[in-house]
Ligand binder design. Structure first.
Ligand SMILES: [Zn+2]
Length: 158
């Protein structure tokens, strides 16, 4: 008989700026202090764990650190276009144009930088990151809160 056990890591934060286009319009540039909670499902291994909490926390922190204190932009948006010109990222939106130093920007392979899409992206990266070391893991869930009242949760099977 196999049983599925979940372990949860929370309290991992990062701060980033973004804006989301919706219905032909675009939000103003603004920021969030994002809070990440990760739940991992799997079978207990011969060491009595699903995953080592210290390793899991470190890998989530590494993933989140790449976005901490950056402007997050979508690579797949229908309305937000990014172009790299020399050391700048030029961004065209329905509301106008921005130009950011390239070193301050992360262009992410998402449709929009919504909490849902960022959570999905983190979840997929974490599965890739964990799968070779933890073959007992069967599912990964990432919850990304952009405020105390707004949170997106993505659950993916391995
Ligand atoms: Zn926002």
């Amino acid at each position: 008989m196999t049983s599925q056990v979940s372990v949860e890591v929370s309290g991992i934060d990062f701060a980033a700026a973004h804006f989301v286009s919706e219905g032909g319009a675009c939000e103003q540039l603004h920021g969030h202090n994002y809070h990440v909670t990760v739940t991992i499902w799997g079978e207990i291994d011969s060491y009595g764990m699903v995953v080592d909490f210290r390793i899991l926390k470190k890998r989530i922190q590494q993933l989140c650190k790449q976005w901490d204190h950056f402007v997050l932009l979508p690579a797949q948006s229908k309305l937000i276009r990014t172009t790299k010109k020399a050391q700048q990222i030029e961004v065209t939106t329905p509301n106008g144009k921005y130009s950011f130093p390239a070193k301050d920007v992360k262009v992410i392979d998402v449709v929009e930088t919504t909490a849902e899409e960022l959570a999905r992206f983190l979840c997929q990266k974490l599965i890739v990151n964990l799968s070779s070391d933890f073959p007992n893991v069967t599912a990964v869930q990432v919850a990304l809160a952009e405020s105390a009242t707004s949170r997106a949760t993505v659950l993916l099977s391995v």
